[in-house]
Design a binder for this molecule. Structure first.
Ligand SMILES: [Zn+2]
Ligand SMILES: [Zn+2]
Length: 347
């Protein structure tokens, strides 16, 4: 089979690889029909995630069809259509028992990281009964790819951790796919103002279409003053950081109102300067984390009912065989006006 293989920092290859086989009774083999590329994959390719070793198949998002099941699998049969969660979970360890799937003792984020991932014709999914979700008949497969990672990440780590409530003034810093996922799912709670901040005018335009009440281009360096003015000087109830650099975290800590919440979703590679000397007296809550995907069934229902339509995040489509072209486009996201690129195995 073909797979997108990491060959060390800066190098990748669409290579021939052996088709995965069942290794444990709790495994399933899935034939990929649709997958995508995540910002995390670009981090890996830069060499930012040293746990990923030469020869690893990348990718942790996708949908497909069950090809084969291990003898212990009870929930799925050959031919079933499934959504792959970016988080593998056994369902029975101490952390899984409290729905902290991201810290499963025999799972967590391992796909396209510690084991071969979804940017391939086939993938082996450990603990498949708990790590795959059945796809309802008639569902939009492409839209459901957004449920593997970005929608639960924006929702759980941004919206839920930020405790978005009716009437709140919410600022989302970073209009990438995960920031957009927070924008879509924040609307479940009817915030009063939902402001998107970014440097890319195209992404800000998309954010307006997806429900942002206001947008701020931070390129002029006046985002903090602008937000303060918009809130009459008090600051925002919820600041969602969806970039992962010190400058964007700093905007959040400077604009949060007394009693407010900072929800950090961005993946940081460097320390940030935490102004605890100002924040402590303001009763600020700071949250951060890795997605648990325990809200995936809930989000699946909201997509099925049309309450949110994550297909709006898809800007480009490629055949799986053209994945190297898709990487080029996604790597030049601003120039190409790319948000999510979808790869289709049957295209
Ligand atoms: Zn991802
Ligand atoms: Zn577990």
């Amino acid at each position: 089979m073909k797979a997108l293989v990491y060959k060390g920092p800066g190098r990748k290859e669409w290579a021939d690889k052996e088709k995965p086989a069942i290794q444990r009774p709790t495994d399933a083999i899935v034939r990929i029909t649709n997958t995508t590329i995540c910002g995390t994959d670009l981090h890996i390719l830069k060499g930012d995630v040293p746990a990923v070793t030469d020869g690893r198949t990348l990718g942790h998002e996708g949908v497909g069809v069950i090809e084969e099941t291990g003898s212990a699998i009870r929930n799925f049969r050959k031919g079933d259509r499934v959504l792959i969660s970016c988080i593998t979970s056994c369902g029975s360890c101490a952390n899984c028992k409290r729905q902290l799937y991201s810290h499963c003792a025999d799972g967590g984020w391992i796909l396209g990281h510690l084991i071969d991932g979804t940017q391939a014709e086939y993938v082996r999914i450990p603990h498949a009964d708990n790590s795959l979700y059945p796809i309802p008949d008639g569902a939009d497969k492409e839209a459901l790819v957004m449920l593997s990672d970005i929608l639960p990440t924006g929702f759980e780590i941004g919206v839920l951790a930020g405790q978005v409530a009716p009437g709140d003034f919410v600022a989302i810093v970073g209009a990438g796919p995960v920031g957009m996922a927070a924008l879509l799912t924040a609307q479940f709670y009817s915030p009063g103002r939902l402001v998107m901040l970014d440097t890319d005018p195209n992404r800000l335009e998309v954010a307006k279409q997806l429900g942002a009440t206001d947008v701020i281009n931070v390129a002029d360096g006046k985002a903090i003053e602008t937000l303060r003015a918009m809130t009459g000087g008090t600051g925002v109830d919820v600041a969602i950081e969806a970039v992962g650099i010190p400058a964007t975290f700093d905007i959040c800590q400077q604009v949060v109102a007394p009693g407010g919440r900072i929800a950090n979703v961005g993946v940081h590679g460097k320390p940030v300067e935490l102004h605890i000397e100002n924040l402590w007296i303001q009763n600020i809550t700071i949250a951060m984390g890795l997605v648990n995907t325990n809200t995936t069934p809930l989000l699946m229902k909201t997509v099925q009912s049309g309450r949110i339509s994550p297909a709006q995040l898809i800007t480009h489509r490629f055949a799986l065989n053209d994945i190297l072209k898709a990487y080029d486009v996604f790597s030049a996201a601003a120039k190409e006006k790319a948000l999510k690129v979808i790869l289709k195995a049957d295209a």
